[in-house]
Design a protein around this ligand. Structure first.
Ligand SMILES: [Fe+2]
Ligand SMILES: [Fe+2]
Length: 239
């Protein structure tokens, strides 16, 4: 993959006409996918969890988390709309098909699934398209709060009832393998485009490896086992 970047900084949609259409197309793919997935996640995972939250403190914190996820959708959807792009007909990722069944599952989702978004944002905060860079910087602390909230819920559940360890491990086993798909295919032409245009720094493979490393470190430090790697990623994760 070429490390050469064709563009330094682009201030906004009004300047996109100065660059080849593939740059606009690449930004569009990123912002549309975020607009769709932030909305789907907020509706599937976060909003139902407000009802499941067992205490006033958690209802408050989960409400804040949910408001932020809906707001992330708005921020990315505005970027898409400013570029004249439609996001409504795009399908969300399959990770969001997993229903929110109970409170331990919500803790597990926030503790490990939102880490994937932070890893993605680690690249987008240096993006050449400044409106995207700004949204990435603005949403970053929220995602850190979401991961911290999830891990706090996990700690509390473990302290309350030892039987929660098994429930949480089951949730991690179900959630981590499909989250590896979040980063896209390792031989992705889109990814090559994102790197070439300075929208992201790393390959999908490198981001997936980093995700695996961070989640394994967290799970093992909390006394859980890292779920087995799906066959399709085994070689890549071992590298
Ligand atoms: Fe988010
Ligand atoms: Fe989040």
């Amino acid at each position: 993959m070429s490390a050469e970047r064709f563009v330094d900084e682009v201030r906004g949609p009004e300047d996109l006409a100065r660059y080849p259409p593939e740059y606009t197309k690449a930004i569009g793919k990123i912002v549309v996918s975020h607009a769709v997935n932030e909305l789907k996640g907020a509706m599937t995972f976060d909003e139902p969890a407000i009802r499941m939250a067992p205490t006033p403190k958690y209802k408050w914190l989960v409400s804040r988390n949910t408001m932020e996820e809906f707001n992330h959708h708005i921020l990315f959807a505005r970027l898409a709309e400013a570029m004249g792009l439609e996001w409504k007909d795009k399908k969300p990722l399959t990770i969001f098909d997993y229903p929110m069944v109970d409170w331990p599952r919500f803790g597990a989702i926030k503790a490990v699934v939102d880490v994937a978004e932070l890893i993605e944002l680690d690249d987008l905060v240096a993006s050449t398209y400044l409106p995207l860079r700004k949204v990435a910087k603005d949403t970053y602390p929220d995602e850190q709060f979401h991961v911290g909230l999830g891990r706090e819920i996990v700690r509390t559940l473990l302290a309350e009832d030892p039987a929660n360890r098994r429930r949480l491990q089951t949730a991690f086993d179900e959630l981590v393998p499909p989250t590896l798909d979040f980063f896209g295919s390792s031989s992705s032409a889109n990814n090559e485009l994102f790197v070439r245009w300075g929208l992201k720094r790393r390959s999908n493979e490198a981001m997936r490896q980093e995700y695996f490393r961070q989640v394994r470190e967290y799970l093992e430090s909390a006394g859980f086992t890292m779920p087995p790697v799906p066959d399709k990623y085994r070689e890549e994760i071992a590298r």
